[in-house]
Design a protein around this ligand. Structure first.
Ligand code: SF4
Length: 414
């Protein structure tokens, strides 16, 4: 009986995955659709040029690292007209995790704790040396540092070993329900503590828009491509305040090239019509209210705090820490790791690194004089070169040029 049920669940899941794959490949491979969307984009861009003048750049920010990956990997910058500028945003959790917490994790590893970390955090360099070490990968020979792919893996390993351990819990809203579910179900053993470094994305978007607004010399952000995966949890409603307060269009977008092109098209269309709405392009995964159950679980396990973003500083209500009732598994409450406070925060990028400007859409990776000279994917110097979601790492791997440039030339776009 159980096996029949399992078989039927398995076949339902595999049918579901087949449908998802079909939809995803339609969004990746439909050239005819690409050509129609591009023509529409060109039409709207022309109208905007007539209204704003030839020199005006329409800056569109793709908040999240995965969108930056799609934009760069598929050469979308080469395909859009010259008056559209696509800039990366702060949506890479590894890039914005303060150096302080990695330094604290190194100290814990040297003091005998097992540290569980994701692979990219493992390579993240600190600004200050801790007893001669500058990353968790450096300390591996003298401490117990284990790379895991999930919190569940850390839980299973800590149970097995029984050793005093700490999990470095970085990420955005997408990972929080998984952490929260394990916490409230009581399956985290007491020998495993969590250093919760989860960050909330809309506050970073507000800050980015504020700071760009304060610098009238730079072109303003005229539209936002908001993160699809985060929005599966938060719902599109979390971004509505951006369009309401800043008067610009926001599109919650999927991650295939056609998703991004459709999102650009929607932003241009709204700009031409003088509208500023939050709309969902990624309807196959995102709803207006999001995953309400996941939101409840997260609220049960975590409290919202003002949090520090690397190179940027403290942003109001932008992070999650464990609630008091879970202090027994909270690294900040139980094992003497002090949380970072605004009066203790110091600028934490290495000399010459322009990562904060890159994540705030004020500079391109290639504006940094260290890009691909001192700082490379195999030897990252700054945090934006570490993770696959970091703008510098993406530009270093895929750059521009290639086939996308050739297609753009054929279309008369370059
Ligand atoms: Fe920082 Fe390296 Fe990017 Fe320069 S290339 S901004 S040093 S991460």
């Amino acid at each position: 009986m159980v096996s029949e049920m399992q078989n039927s669940e398995h076949s339902e899941l595999s049918n579901f995955l087949k449908v998802v794959n079909k939809i995803e490949s339609a969004f990746r491979e439909n050239r005819e659709l690409v050509s129609i969307i591009l023509k529409k984009i060109m039409e709207y861009s022309k109208k905007l040029e007539e209204a704003y003048g030839k020199e005006f750049k329409f800056k569109i920010m793709n908040f999240c690292g995965t969108h930056e990956w799609t934009v760069t990997h598929f050469g979308i910058r080469s395909l859009v007209p010259k008056n559209i500028e696509l800039v990366a945003g702060p949506g890479c959790p590894v890039c914005v995790t303060p150096s302080y917490f990695i330094e604290e994790a190194i100290k814990l590893a040297l003091d005998g704790f097992t540290i569980y970390t994701y692979g990219d955090t493992y390579r993240l360099r600190t600004v200050n040396s801790v007893r001669g070490y500058n990353s968790l990968s450096d300390v591996r020979s003298d401490g117990d540092v284990k790379i895991v792919t999930s919190f569940a893996e850390a839980i299973a390993d800590a149970r097995r070993s029984g050793r005093e351990s700490v999990f470095i819990g970085i990420g955005f809203e997408t990972v929080a329900p998984g952490y929260a579910s394990a916490i409230i179900r009581g399956i985290v053993p007491e020998n495993l503590k969590i250093m919760s470094l989860v960050k909330l994305t809309p506050p970073a978007m507000f800050y980015t828009l504020e700071i760009l607004r304060e610098k009238p010399t730079e072109p303003p952000v005229m539209g936002v491509i908001a993160p699809g995966h985060v929005s599966t949890i938060t719902g599109a409603k979390a971004w509505a305040v951006v369009s309401e307060n800043y008067g610009i269009p926001v599109v919650i977008s999927g991650f295939e090239p056609i998703d991004v092109l459709l999102s650009i098209l929607e932003i241009l269309k709204q700009l031409v019509k003088g509208e500023a709405k939050t709309v969902i392009e990624y309807k196959r995964a995102v709803t207006w209210h999001g995953d309400v159950r996941a939101q409840r679980i997260v609220a049960k396990a975590f409290r919202v705090v003002d949090d520090a973003w690397r190179g940027i500083g403290f942003l109001p209500e932008s992070g999650l820490r464990l609630r008091e009732e879970y202090r027994k598994i909270d690294a900040f409450a139980e094992i003497g790791v002090e949380d970072l406070k605004p009066d203790k925060w110091v600028y934490d990028l290495p000399p010459g690194c322009r990562c904060a400007e890159v994540t705030l859409g004020k500079a391109k990776p290639t504006d940094c004089p260290l890009f691909m000279r001192i700082c490379t994917p195999s030897k990252p110097y700054g945090p934006c070169m570490v993770s696959l979601e970091g703008a510098c790492a993406i530009w270093a791997r895929f750059g521009s040029g290639g086939l996308a440039d050739e297609i753009a030339k054929d279309l008369g776009l370059q």
